[in-house]
Design a protein around this ligand. Structure first.
Ligand code: R5P
Length: 266
């Protein structure tokens, strides 16, 4: 692997632990002003000290994140749909590699929609992106999207999607945690991170999700709503960090969350 590629990946997946806490704040690219992300700067800034990278769009990067922060950026470069369109899989590349390099990002991210109407288009977009990114030592993160069909999140479907993304040559895959998650990880020859999905009822459920994912082979998380839709986002991200980087148990992580939450109230 080329030095530039290695260096960018090691800014995302920390060599000290081999793991990563990525903060996903790219939801607006098709969801618009998502709840608790209406003003991205307010959501993002307090969390920056506790995350290893930010995943977002160029619009939010340019307008809502100060360039002075030394935070690795994973730039979403696919889009072209909205939550009110019938077919979410109709995505294409929206940002050039030149622009990604100008923004000094550490990786570019694109969604693939296996089994959906525009499967072929999204897989070819991924292949084209990888071909171009390879020339510049730019890692590509593939997101195994499920669109509105959240029930698709099982080991059979996710193994298929993750493996196809890896075969096309991406460096990192982002998928969902599921039953038999080890099977997904084992059959995917590149590092896997998990999305959190819609906000779970209780914070401890999200911490359990992180714990199960990293203890079944994920190198970390690329989570959004379960962090910043919590009433205590900083406490949540720090508890997630304890699981991912410090091997905390669910109880230890929940104690971190609970102590910080209680402190904030005082
Ligand atoms: C989709 O909107 C994005 O790719 C998100 O980055 C991804 O779904 C992770 O965010 P969450 O943990 O909220 O599912």
């Amino acid at each position: 692997m080329d030095w530039g590629m290695k260096n960018r990946i090691s800014r995302i997946i920390k060599p000290e632990t081999g793991r990563t806490v990525m903060l996903a704040v790219d939801h607006g690219y098709f969801l618009g002003p998502t709840s608790s992300l209406e003003e991205p700067r307010k959501t993002i800034e307090p969390l920056i000290p506790y995350v290893d990278s930010l995943m977002l769009t160029r619009g939010v990067l340019r307008n809502c994140v100060e360039a002075k922060y030394n935070i690795p950026i994973v730039l979403r470069v696919s889009g072209g749909n909205s939550i009110i369109s019938e077919e979410l899989s109709n995505e294409e590349i929206t940002v050039s590699l030149k622009e990604a390099l100008r923004l000094n990002v550490c990786a570019v991210a694109l969604s693939i929609y296996v089994g959906a109407k525009y499967e072929h288009q999204t897989l070819i977009s991924l292949a084209n992106l990888i071909n171009e990114a390879q020339d510049f030592g730019m890692p590509v993160l593939a997101v195994t999207a499920v669109g509105k069909e959240l029930e698709k999140r099982d080991a059979r479907f996710l193994s298929l999607s993750c493996r196809i993304a890896a075969e096309l040559g991406c460096q990192i895959v982002k998928t969902y945690y599921c039953e038999d998650f080890e099977k997904v990880v084992k059959s995917c020859p590149v590092p896997v991170v998990i999305a959190g999905g819609p906000k779970l009822d209780k914070e401890i459920d999200a911490l359990k999700l992180c714990f199960d994912a990293v203890n079944h082979g994920a190198v970390g998380v690329d989570m959004g709503r379960n962090i910043w839709q919590s009433d205590w986002p900083v406490a949540m991200i720090r508890a997630v960090g304890a699981i991912v980087h410090e091997k905390a148990t669910i109880k230890q992580a929940f104690d971190v969350f609970h102590n910080l939450k209680t402190k904030k109230k005082k």
